[in-house]
Design a protein. Structure first.
Length: 367
């Protein structure tokens, strides 16, 4: 068992900086939880508290209902993989993986079995006699994973382990890490600022900002039902398009209006926003949530194409409409040109609606 719980946890430093405040979070046994957010949001601090590398300033940190606030790192059943690999350059791959087990005085035969089993799972058996300097970045990261694996920890911690790798290698390593979690059946806590890693790997994502949790949910929850404008803007490539305006009743029901721009709501949204006429809101439209055929006459964005950005199977267009440039994903079947006038339909039910003052999602089904 490895269930971790933060109860009203805060982290304050002597210089007055508050890295984490009022954290209430339960990490389930055997789940893959990703802490996601920009630099300085508190995600690494949270991970380091689990590892015992940072002390809790306030509140309670519990492993399986037992408080571990004062428990030193070496007495916690956790293993950590760092961004920097942290391998011993003068030791072979075999010796690096075996080092922790030798320090804990495990029998030699057991060490050999565990090291070779981990190397086989990570496909680095042929590298066991090499030194770290003879390895690629991806191979070094696999050695670091192997060193943590052989300990068979109750909790597996990873602090941006793929950030030093190139884009192609990161994709293959994500698959390896996902498979590793499935085979080990251990609680994984993973820190990243990379939304693609979070959406690919996580059972649940914790989005953080300035030491405060913004939303906790499955990847679908976080992407499809963002709790506020920060979460909506942090996930998505290109970022979500925002338009400020007001909710009005046009005689046919509630709609969004900004100057001459009017976007109709679907019936469910109108029901959720009943009584909101006159409220200042921000509409969020993701790049993919449009129809190139402009089939919905009551929910269209029109403007001039300012840029074309091919991305393999699709392309992004920059559309200048109402004094702003927005980006949308379109297919490559149709040929567009810069300067062309274009009308796109917005998918009614896919619009995100946020209160302008608070930034909170107004949809009733938002997490």
């Amino acid at each position: 068992m490895a269930q971790i719980e933060f109860r009203e946890v805060a982290k304050r430093y002597a210089n007055g900086h508050v890295a984490l405040q009022n954290l209430n979070l339960q990490i389930r046994d055997k789940e893959f939880l990703v802490l996601l957010g920009p630099s300085g949001c508190g995600k690494s601090t949270t991970l380091n508290m689990i590892a015992g590398l940072e002390e809790v300033s306030e509140g309670s940190l519990r492993f399986d209902s037992t408080e571990v606030n004062g428990l030193p790192a070496h007495k916690r059943d956790v293993a950590m993989v760092f961004q920097s690999y942290a391998l011993y350059p003068h030791k072979t791959v075999y010796e690096n993986i075996a080092f922790g087990l030798r320090m804990r005085k495990h029998p030699k035969d057991e060490i050999d079995t565990r090291v070779r089993s981990a190397a086989r799972d990570l496909e680095i058996e042929h590298l066991l006699e090499r030194l770290p300097g003879q390895l690629s970045g991806g191979q070094r990261q696999r050695v670091a994973l192997g060193r943590a694996m052989v300990r068979q920890p109750a909790v597996f911690l990873m602090d941006e382990p793929l950030s030093n790798l190139d884009a192609t290698l990161r994709i293959s390593m994500r698959a390896s890490i996902k498979a590793l979690h499935q085979s080990m059946q251990t609680t994984f806590v993973y820190v990243t600022h990379d939304q693609a890693e979070a959406l690919t790997l996580a059972d649940r994502i914790v989005v953080m900002r300035q030491g405060v949790v913004q939303q906790v949910g499955t990847p679908d929850d976080i992407y499809e039902r963002p709790a506020n404008t920060f979460v909506a803007n942090f996930l998505g490539n290109p970022p979500i398009n925002f338009i400020d305006g007001i909710i009005q009743d046009d005689g046919f029901g509630l709609c969004f209006r900004n100057g001459e721009l009017s976007l109709a709501f679907d019936e469910q949204t109108r029901a959720e926003l009943a009584g909101s006429a006159g409220r200042k809101v921000t509409i969020g439209i993701r790049a993919e949530d449009i129809d190139e055929d402009a089939t919905h006459a009551d929910c269209q964005l029109s403007g001039e194409i300012t840029s074309l950005l091919p991305v393999g199977s699709d392309q992004f267009i920059g559309l200048q409409s109402g004094g702003r440039v927005m980006f949308f994903r379109v297919g490559k079947e149709r040929s567009y040109r810069v300067g062309e006038h274009l009308s796109l339909s917005v998918t009614h039910c896919r619009m995100h609606i946020f209160d302008q003052a608070s930034g909170m999602n107004l949809r009733a089904n938002a997490s």
